[in-house]
Design a protein around this ligand. Structure first.
Ligand code: SF4
Length: 100
């Protein structure tokens, strides 16, 4: 199981709340629109930050998805990164190992 964070850059209105909330996951381009940083497996705190960023995004541009496939099927306007290929990451209470 893979959890992916997706950012619909067409819906992004800038402002950078996601960058403030989860700076390891998000960045902004020169126009202020979100970019998803390519990161490997996340620790529990980072995954929580990703969830918080999704909840706080004012435009609804961010979303988390569970998937059994890889990055195939992502629409071209979506910037996405796999967060973790561990089923336990889907549970907010799950303990995850530290990132190396
Ligand atoms: S919080 Fe949402 S609207 Fe704001 S920069 Fe991030 S993705 Fe865009």
């Amino acid at each position: 199981m893979v959890i992916r964070v997706k950012a619909d850059r067409d819906r992004c209105i800038g402002g950078g709340m996601c960058v403030f909330t989860a700076p390891n996951l998000f960045d902004q381009d020169e126009d202020g629109r979100v970019l998803v940083r390519a990161e490997g497996a996340l620790n529990e705190a980072e995954l929580d930050a990703a969830r918080q960023a999704v909840a706080l995004c004012p435009s609804g541009a961010l979303s988390l998805h569970e998937s059994t496939d890889d990055m195939r099927g992502c629409e071209p306007q979506l910037d996405a990164v796999a967060l973790r290929n561990d089923r336990r990451a889907a549970s907010p209470s799950a303990r995850t190992p530290e990132r190396k």
